[in-house]
Design a protein around this ligand. Structure first.
Ligand SMILES: Cc1ncc(COP(=O)(O)O)c(C=O)c1O
Ligand SMILES: N[C@@H](CCCC[NH3+])C(=O)O
Length: 441
């Protein structure tokens, strides 16, 4: 078993996280249960920041809160001195409710609504990452109407493909995100933004994809960008104060994954930006990044209870757990791979090849295909590792399954940070049918 962060195995043969027995946590809070290793989140946040500090580069490390957002998580990120990337009014609302400093919030999204823009402007957020002309014009109009000003980055699509799953690729030319560099859209947007009195164009942004293990894609995107930055510098007298190079740094879900250390990604980026700035005789801009998965992904573990099993001789042995695509849709959506172990029999060797099924009414609701586990029994606890990013945040109530609780674990102390949904919660927005309306009485 690969032990992430502070994870260990105690004398009872139980998996521990943050110095706490995961079996005891599962018994106390019920299953499925997401447990976060807070120290690991802090370590990651610090290594990203340190990588910039060591190179003397002015930077902002913005946590992409889409990976996992709740009050406590946003507060933890604030405590670590990071900035925050939000992509919706809901994420912004959570951030503000958590007391996150508005000036360190960056607002993303390819279809921000009028109301969302207005809300963010009123809240005084640090900057908008403007994705398209519709947004640029709406923001300009709103600033005029509200007699205010704001700062923006322009999101550009550099036209490169990172090696990752097609659904999580975002920097290629045929993408719903951003202004295209090659076809002149980006330049047009720069001119329009520079023309606006209400808007300060701080710089440009790209995000080339997610779960990336190499620096080559980032380097290539920086090079492509600098071709245009040099042109804009000459022709428009515009050179960005800020380059936001996005997130996408990979994590180890299984032994097949070989991510780099935060420092390695950052040093490669800084090296290329510094080199190209020197060769273009411009000063090195601030570098912003926005990691999501790499801050919280391997810090999260989901504990399930084992329920039914089905053996199909010579075909497959299914072990079903009490969650599934309702708390982790990634295997069904991206064929994402995970590792798992029995949390209550953590030192036992895997002896039987099984597949882990969820409890949703859907054949595709499988969490893991073909994994070696000890002979699992009903009531055993299964730990699925690396569910910290896009697990809770993409959870849903399919089959009216309540969302699990979330517990933070650190230095032997636990804190319940998101309560388990109840059946009553499932009804909180429902309204009963009025008598006779459908019958036409
Ligand atoms: C614009 C932007 N920034 C940051 C992220 C965070 O990515 P990741 O969680 O892979 O670091 C994403 C998601 O892929 C994104 O679309
Ligand atoms: N939700 C995706 C990543 C998309 C990130 C947003 N651009 C995942 O689980 O891998």
């Amino acid at each position: 078993m690969y032990l992430h962060g502070t994870s260990s195995i105690n004398e009872d043969n139980h998996l521990t996280i943050g110095g706490l027995d995961t079996v005891q946590l599962a018994q106390k809070y019920g299953t499925p249960l997401y447990i976060y290793d807070v120290e690991l989140i802090r370590q990651r946040a610090r290594s990203f920041k340190k990588a910039f500090e060591e190179q003397g580069i002015k930077a902002q490390v913005a946590y992409a809160s889409k990976a996992f957002s709740c009050l406590a998580q946003v507060q933890l990120v604030a405590e670590e001195g990071l900035s925050l990337d939000v992509v919706s009014g809901g994420e912004l609302y959570t951030a503000l409710a958590a007391g996150f400093p508005a000036e360190r919030i960056h607002f993303h999204g390819n279809n921000k609504s009028y109301d969302e823009l207005q809300y963010a402007l009123k809240s005084g957020i640090g900057c908008f990452v403007v994705d398209n002309f519709h947004e640029l014009r709406m923001l300009n109009e709103l600033c005029d109407k509200m007699n205010t000003q704001t700062s923006i980055l322009l999101r550009i699509t550099p036209g490169i493909e990172a090696h990752t799953h097609e659904y999580i690729l975002t920097g290629q030319e045929d993408s719903k995100f951003g202004f295209d560099l090659q076809n002149g859209q980006a330049e047009k947007a720069v001119i329009e933004a520079l023309d606006s009195d209400a808007i300060t164009l701080l710089g440009v942004h790209f995000h080339i994809g997610s779960q990336i293990f190499e620096t080559a894609g980032f380097i290539l995107a920086i090079q492509k960008l600098y071709d245009y930055l040099a042109k804009w510098n000459n022709e428009l007298s515009f050179f960005p104060k800020v380059l936001n190079l996005g997130g996408g740094f990979g994590i180890r879900y299984t032994e097949a994954d070989e991510p780099l250390e935060p420092k390695e990604y950052i040093e490669a980026m800084i090296g290329e930006v510094t080199r190209l700035s020197a060769s273009n005789s411009v000063s090195v801009p601030e570098i912003w990044i926005e990691p999501g998965r790499s801050l919280v992904g391997d810090a999260g573990t989901t504990i399930y209870s084992v329920g039914s099993q089905k053996d199909i001789p010579s075909v497959r042995h299914y072990v079903a757990v009490d969650g599934g695509m309702s708390d982790n849709i990634r295997p069904a959506l991206y064929q994402a791979q995970y590792e798992a172990a029995l949390a209550n029999r953590a030192r036992e060797k895997g002896t039987k090849k099984v597949s882990i099924a969820g409890k949703c009414c859907e054949s595709g609701d499988m969490l893991i295909w073909d994994i070696l586990l000890p002979e699992a029994q009903t009531g055993d606890y299964l730990a699925v590792f690396c569910t910290g990013a896009y697990g809770y945040s993409m959870s849903n109530n399919y089959n009216r399954i309540p969302r699990p609780a979330v517990v933070f674990a650190e230095n032997g102390e636990e804190q319940l940070v998101v309560k388990r949904e109840t059946y009553e919660d499932l009804l909180r927005l429902d309204l009963p049918l009025k008598n006779g309306v459908l019958a036409g009485n």
